[in-house]
Write a protein that binds this ligand. Structure first.
Ligand SMILES: [Zn+2]
Length: 277
């Protein structure tokens, strides 16, 4: 009799429990330790920096190339060869003016700009702005710059859809100039970061450059921001593992003394867990 009563109480308890939680699957606490499905989702890491996305004018008649972002394996550093007070909108206007009527430029050729007070100056927090979207090929390394690339980049680049070009008004077709003598077109597999300012020596061609014995370097906060931006981009695009600079591709004095700071930029990225060669 006593046994029957206990069973009845247990059955009632189960009924109530099932009614209260008709759609629940309860997992005993001890099991949740071993059940990967019950573990809380790992939150995406906080972005290292804020990347502003200003609205920039575009030339709707210009040609451009949309790419599979997986082909991008290299960051190329530039300076803008303008005053350090220039804005990303100023650079966008400069680049729009650089095109000709027959071959207009779409917009700014760089993908990111960092406003970058010079070392020794008053240093507000550097700001990163998006220029050309990452999924569009940039105009920065030189139209005729071709360099060796790894086997995986060459394989991805060879795929149909890797680089589709055309005018905004017409259809996009696969680029016919992805390779030359086994080398890859640099504008296609790279992303451009430009430090706003003039870090090259003064010459007739570069009257805004630094005078002899007064070299101009980026501030420590600019280098910090450049390293964080590089690491943030690598987090978003894991194939992005190389850092170069403009004069690696062309005979140019760009990016001036920024080139001497590439090791420090890589060291900042390493502090945040990113490795660049
Ligand atoms: Zn450059």
């Amino acid at each position: 009799m006593k046994k029957a009563l206990i069973l009845l109480i247990m059955a009632q308890a189960l009924t109530v429990s099932a009614k209260d939680c008709a759609h629940c699957v309860t997992t005993p606490t001890w099991l949740s330790i071993f059940n990967p499905f019950s573990l809380p989702a790992v939150p995406a890491p906080e972005p290292l920096i804020e990347i502003r996305t200003p609205t920039l004018a575009r030339d709707s008649g210009a040609s451009y190339c949309r790419r599979n972002t997986e082909v991008v394996d290299t960051i190329v550093f530039h300076h803008t060869q303008t005053p350090s007070t220039s804005t990303v909108q100023n650079i966008n206007t400069l680049h729009l003016d650089r095109g000709s009527a027959a071959d207009p430029w779409l917009m700014i050729g760089y993908h990111y700009t960092i406003n970058s007070p010079y070392a020794g100056g008053t240093v507000p927090s550097p700001v990163v702005n998006q220029g050309r979207p990452f999924n569009l090929a940039g105009s920065h390394a030189g139209t005729n710059a071709y360099k060796p690339a790894g086997a995986e980049t060459r394989r991805l680049m060879a795929l149909d859809g890797a680089m589709r070009c055309g005018r905004a008004t017409g259809p996009l077709t696969e680029a016919s100039d992805k390779f030359r003598d086994g080398l890859v077109k640099a504008n296609y597999n790279t992303v451009a970061i430009a430090l706003i300012g003039n870090y090259a020596k003064r010459t007739t061609e570069n009257p805004g450059g630094w005078r002899a014995n007064s070299p101009r370097y980026p501030s420590a906060s600019t280098i910090e921001m450049a390293g964080k931006l590089a690491c943030e981009l690598q987090r978003q695009h894991p194939r992005l593992t190389t850092i170069k600079w403009h004069s690696f591709y062309n005979a140019t004095d760009c990016p001036g003394l920024v080139k001497d700071r590439i090791p420090q930029i890589k060291a900042v990225a390493a502090r945040f867990g990113c490795t660049f060669n």
